[in-house]
Design a protein around this ligand. Structure first.
Ligand SMILES: [Zn+2]
Length: 399
């Protein structure tokens, strides 16, 4: 299925523009959209597939997919990736919002959310701080439940929208999807800066959140490698990208158990500032990753084969990108009989690529799994207490 779009090798880093990037990892035929939901099994199995050919840039520490083809990406209303149903995740986003409100005294201010999805975070930070919000997302669907102080624009954020002055421009889990991240950051700087002159608050603040490649490489969070993500940022490559576009980076932090990076910036960066130091552990992690990945995969293949041989059944828990990737990479069949997710919009639907049904937790007493495979270590206690509450005692394994 890769066909005409096969691998083309980029020689320049998409974050810093340097030559000499090194290919270090390949993964073929993964679903191009792992958060698409299907109701027909044949459709779920026939999902479009693409390749990951990951390159590492020694100049800035960036990792990116050189085989990414943006013309294959279509985000439709079938696309569902909201995590807001998990109490653990809700706690995290509330802490993020509270932190931003405290850092930048966001009360009665205007927040712009670039790529706001269903607007959950924007509504939250506006509610918590008494702020006004404008959310940009071409896939936003009006549901009549928009609060009066928050409005949504069904469009990409761009210089077209400089009539929207902002005290904070936030952009969460978007940058990693964008083919040319440097051009995108430059656009955000221009668009957010266009109303700077009208500000008496020391200028607009910029907040980005992206997945952390150190979690993938160092902690072997290998199920986070997905076609939708062009970029895999390290703390240094993220910082350098923004500094390279003339922003002043105030902070880069590893959050959410190290799975995400956040970046705070101001627009008044001075060009020619000394570049931030590289992540010193990264080159060695890149060097050994293909072997570490293969070893982890072999371990899970053997485990699933053992389960199959013993006539056992497992369920996976968490039908997000990690869960879909886990099932697809391992080619999991009937031995993983279902995948549990607490998001009611996903329940009853089928997983892209492998076709397991997504079920609510209360389907488990009937399925009687021998093992529950937990896709995200942060949810272990949340999941265990739900399963025990159903009177079940399966084995738990964090993948
Ligand atoms: Zn680079």
């Amino acid at each position: 299925m890769t066909g005409a779009h096969g691998t083309h090798t980029a020689t320049r880093c998409i974050a810093c523009g340097a030559d000499g990037v090194r290919i270090f990892f390949e993964m073929r035929n993964v679903p191009t959209h792992c958060n698409l939901l299907f109701s027909e099994r044949a459709e779920a199995l026939a999902v479009a597939r693409g390749d990951l050919v990951l390159a590492f840039c020694p100049a800035c520490g960036h990792v990116f997919n050189t085989a990414f083809d943006p013309s294959r990406m279509h985000y439709t209303q079938q696309y569902e990736n909201s995590l807001h149903f998990s109490p653990r995740f809700q706690q995290f986003v509330e802490a993020q919002a509270a932190g931003l409100i405290a850092r930048y005294d966001l009360h009665g201010k205007t927040i712009v959310d670039v790529g706001c999805g269903k607007g959950d975070f924007l509504k939250l930070i506006c509610e918590m701080g008494g702020n006004h919000g404008v959310g940009f997302d071409p896939s936003y669907v009006f549901d009549g439940a928009e609060p009066p102080h928050v409005r949504f624009v069904q469009d990409f954020y761009s210089e077209k929208h400089t009539d929207v002055p902002a005290d904070l421009v936030c952009c969460r889990q978007v940058l990693e999807h964008i083919e040319d991240p440097a051009r995108f950051v430059a656009m955000v700087k221009r668009a957010a800066g266009a109303r700077q002159a009208n500000h008496d608050q020391g200028g607009v603040r910029i907040f980005f959140e992206v997945p952390n490649v150190l979690y993938t490489l160092r902690d072997l969070g290998i199920w986070d490698l997905i076609y939708e993500h062009v970029s895999y940022f390290s703390p240094a490559s993220l910082r350098r990208l923004f500094e390279g576009q003339g922003m002043r980076v105030l902070d880069v932090a590893e959050v959410y158990g190290g799975q995400f990076l956040t970046l705070d910036a101001a627009l008044d960066g001075a060009p020619g500032d000394a570049p931030a130091p590289l992540d010193s552990a990264l080159p060695a992690l890149v060097e050994t990753f293909a072997a570490s990945y293969a070893q982890k995969l072999a371990g899970w293949r053997a485990w699933l084969a053992g389960l199959r041989a013993a006539g056992g059944k497992a369920v996976a828990w968490g039908a997000g990108s990690k869960g879909v990737t886990f099932l697809n990479v391992l080619g999991a069949g009937d031995e993983v009989s279902a995948i549990v997710d607490i998001n009611p919009r996903k329940q009853g639907m089928l997983v892209a690529g492998t076709g397991q049904r997504i079920v609510p937790p209360d389907a488990l007493p009937e399925l009687r799994p021998d093992a529950v495979l937990i896709m995200n270590p942060l949810y272990v206690s949340e999941i265990q207490s739900t399963v025990h509450g159903l009177g079940l005692k399966p084995d738990f394994h964090v993948v």
